[in-house]
Design a protein around this ligand. Structure first.
Ligand SMILES: Nc1ncnc2c1ncn2[C@@H]1O[C@H](COP(=O)(O)OP(=O)(O)OP(=O)(O)O)[C@@H](O)[C@H]1O
Length: 754
């Protein structure tokens, strides 16, 4: 059973076994990803300059640490070699102190350059990628949106994926370079201080790289899969919210939450693996670097010092520079994870950017100055790309002379709307041609074709914004008078004038705050404002009551005058005046004629007419539009606001209270482990100083040996604590996120019913 917010106390049972999900991961993830440099594809000259400055900042910032160890080594020498001579010690220290100041002064602007330049450059580049992504999405053919470009994928692409790319190509890249600068400058300084000790210490580096490579490979696959599951979860949310009324009407909240939970559960399973790999990886890094600090390396250092080949301070500087250089590479490991995520995200995003639409709306093709509106549909065969086996049109032929109105009738699903989609060239037929003014529409410029088509569809689609914004979609240059005239023609002006803000009234997401009939009248007004020679009306009056329908019908008749119209309507009253009516059956035009001729010749048309005469009598009883309905829906409810605030608070606390006792125990263990990991660092520092000073003592080798054993034990403890810290916090963090997502999602699903 899947946990929902209504049953938060029930344990989440992950139905899929871990192996099953990881198999899925292998199938879904593209192990190659996108080469990282391709993420910088949109960098212009200014970006490259910013990145160069950022690199300088990162390198200087990164070098500060080993330079600091060098200075520490020099200070230790000043102490160690002049323990009895205080004046000499102070004199030697005075030589070192100015360099400490220089270093401090240099790191300040370096830090600013590192963060500022990288962040600004990545911000600029992702703005371009976002734009290209959106351009590409809007260039695609309609068919692509059924599958490849689902709304969830597009939203995840433009938001989640983009912020991962921005993070990786900005701040994280700066940090990454800084860590590597620490490593390389550390190695250089170490060799200058003592090449013998450096060589021994360097043995640790291949091990670190091996651990790093294994870690990166595993994280790669996981990052890609997480992206996919995140997109899936986003799609579920988008689908539910965009059809929230239907979800409520069919009590589909629990089903929606279950689908969402399935996605987040898969993500949880992956995240558990991720946390383990992260813990193992970080712990191994620590173990490998600490292994060098153990007895063997330090004893060799003691030999070098007692043999007089180097000073104690320089040996300490050499060891610390290489080790902390290697540790800084371990700090770069989480950045590498972000790079992997960015490569996976980039892969998804650039796939969309590179996608070539089968019907391109990029300029090209014949631009007709004026379209008369003769439409000739010849022997069209068509099936939808997502269901190629189901043939919708097979030999559909119809001629519509300019200025005439042809109505299509036929049983539901026979392909009437499909014909309209083909005339607007949302799809291309597999066989046959559609000619407009004797030009194959494939040869016409797509924008020109669509600018000359005005469509009002079965489901009028309005954008969030004002009524005026929505009307202006038809003609961006229209003035207020033209807008009002179009609204009058569509019988929309009256109800718009009664709204509180008239034409400036917000219609809400997808016109949520308007009734179906009002939305449809705005869509008609929008098409009228466009003033196209060809009108495609697909059930344009379907959402209107009989009284409004009559008024709109009159308006449409006016609007249809002088234009070529393809009209689809189930209500015959809408089509009786059409110049020609075509009866569609089995993807073909079976009969044509006027209303009166078809009543005699077509059995289908005749029975449709008789059926509707009965219904019209019934319909008349119940239908009436409530003018005040909208004002009511536009009014804000203070109690609702208060309730929402309370819900917000509840959902926030639910993130933590939703965690069961086991998770709290894990948090406690993770916290203790994190505390130990943190403590281990100053303890290491303490022993390093102890070892450094021991080099100057009589029994240097023995003392250094003991300290080194203590060092190894702390190293082991640090390994275990890092693994536990990352694993438990990773698991609990993911659980808390899952709880939050579910609480938010179920909150929005249930909010109207609570
Ligand atoms: N985007 C799509 N992908 C796959 N199949 C589709 C798509 N749109 C419609 N169809 C299918 O194509 C067939 C014809 O649909 P169409 O909308 O053209 O029918 P219609 O005659 O306009 O129906 P109605 O009168 O109910 O609106 C239907 O079987 C429908 O399921």
């Amino acid at each position: 059973m899947v946990q929902t917010s209504t049953q938060p106390e029930q344990p989440m049972q992950v139905e899929r076994k871990e192996t099953e999900v990881l198999e899925d991961v292998k199938k879904k993830s593209d192990p190659t990803g996108l080469p990282f440099y391709k993420l910088l594809k949109y960098a212009d000259t200014l970006d490259w300059i910013l990145m160069a400055l950022g690199t300088i900042g990162s390198v200087v910032h990164g070098m500060a640490q080993p330079v600091g160890y060098l200075l520490l080594g020099k200070a230790l020498n000043a102490f160690g070699s002049r323990i009895e001579d205080k004046d000499g010690m102070v004199h030697a220290l005075k030589k070192v102190v100015p360099y400490v100041w220089y270093m401090a002064i240099a790191t300040f602007p370096a830090g600013i350059l590192e963060i500022g330049c990288w962040m600004y450059a990545s911000e600029r580049q992702t703005a371009w990628i976002r734009l290209e992504f959106l351009r590409s999405v809007l260039r695609q053919e309609i068919g692509a949106f059924a599958n490849e470009l689902s709304s969830g994928k597009v939203i995840a692409g433009i938001s989640t994926h983009m912020s991962v790319i921005q993070d990786a190509t900005g701040e994280k890249l700066g940090h990454f370079l800084s860590y590597f600068a620490t490593f390389f400058s550390g190695v250089l300084i170490a060799f200058i201080c003592s090449w013998e000790v450096s060589l021994v210490t360097l043995f640790v580096v291949p091990l670190i790289l091996l651990v790093g490579a294994t870690y990166t490979k595993k994280m790669n696959a996981i990052s890609a899969a997480k992206m996919i599951y995140l997109s899936e979860a986003t799609t579920v949310v988008e689908k539910t919210i965009s059809h929230i009324k239907t979800v409520f009407a069919f009590v589909g909240e629990d089903l929606a939450i279950k689908s969402f939970s399935d996605c987040t559960d898969k993500q949880s399973v992956i995240s558990r693996g991720e946390a383990l790999i992260k813990g193992d990886g970080t712990g191994m890094f620590q173990a490998v670097t600490n292994s060098r600090r153990s007895s063997g390396g330090n004893v060799i250092a003691a030999v070098v010092v007692t043999a007089g080949r180097s000073s104690g301070g320089h040996v300490i500087a050499a060891v610390m520079s290489i080790l902390f250089g290697a540790i800084s590479i371990t700090y770069a490991a989480p950045d590498m994870q972000v790079f992997n995520q960015a490569k996976a995200a980039g892969n998804e995003v650039f796939k969309v950017i590179r996608r070539q639409p089968t019907i391109s709306n990029a300029s090209g093709g014949i631009v007709l100055k004026e379209i008369e509106g003769n439409i000739d549909i010849r022997n069209i065969h068509f099936s939808y790309p997502s269901r190629e086996d189901k043939v919708i049109l097979q030999g559909f032929t119809l001629s519509i002379p300019a200025g005439k109105t042809v109505a299509l009738v036929g049983s539901s699903g026979c392909g009437k709307s499909t014909v309209i989609s083909l005339v607007a060239r949302f799809y291309d037929p597999s066989k046959g041609v559609i000619l407009i003014d004797n030009h194959n529409i494939r040869d016409l410029d797509l924008k020109c074709l669509r600018q000359n088509n005005g469509a009002v569809s079965q489901e009028p689609s309005l954008f969030a914004g004002t009524i005026k914004d929505n009307l202006k979609v038809g003609n961006l240059d229209a003035d207020d008078q033209q807008i009002e005239n179009a609204a009058m023609m569509a019988n929309a002006h009256n109800f718009i004038s009664q709204l509180p803000d008239k034409y400036s009234t917000e219609v809400g997401q997808r016109g949520f705050q308007l009734s179906g009939g009002q939305k449809q009248r705005i869509a008609i007004a929008r098409a009228v404002l466009k003033n196209p020679p060809i009108l495609l009306l697909d059930e344009a009056t379907s959402a209107l009551d009989s009284q409004s329908e009559k008024l709109v019908q009159k308006a449409l008749e006016k609007a249809m005058q002088g234009r070529t119209v393809i009209l689809i309507a189930h209500r015959l009253s809408t089509i009786v005046n059409a110049d020609e009516i075509a009866v569609v059956e089995n993807g073909q035009v079976k009969e044509t004629g006027t209303h009166s001729t078809l009543l005699d010749t077509s059995k289908f048309y005749n029975s449709l007419f008789n059926m509707q005469n009965i219904r019209v009598v019934r319909d008349k009883r119940g239908l009436s539009e409530k003018g005040a309905e909208i004002e009511e829906s536009l009014r804000e409810d203070p109690e609702q606001e208060e309730h929402e605030k309370r819900l917000e608070a509840v959902h926030f606390f639910r993130i933590w209270f939703g965690l069961r006792r086991m998770e709290l125990l894990k948090t406690a263990i993770g916290s203790i482990a994190a505390g130990l990991s943190g403590i281990s660092k100053p303890v290491f520092g303490f022993f390093i100083i102890k070892i450094g000073v021991a080099y100057y003592h009589k029994h240097a080798k023995r003392e250094v040996g003991w300290y080194s054993i203590a060092f190894s034990l702390i190293g082991l403890l640090s390994l275990v604590s890092h693994i536990l810290q990352h694993y438990y916090f990773g698991v609990v963090g993911e659980k808390a996120m899952t709880n939050l997502r579910k609480a938010l999602f179920s909150g929005s699903c249930h909010s109207s019913t609570v």
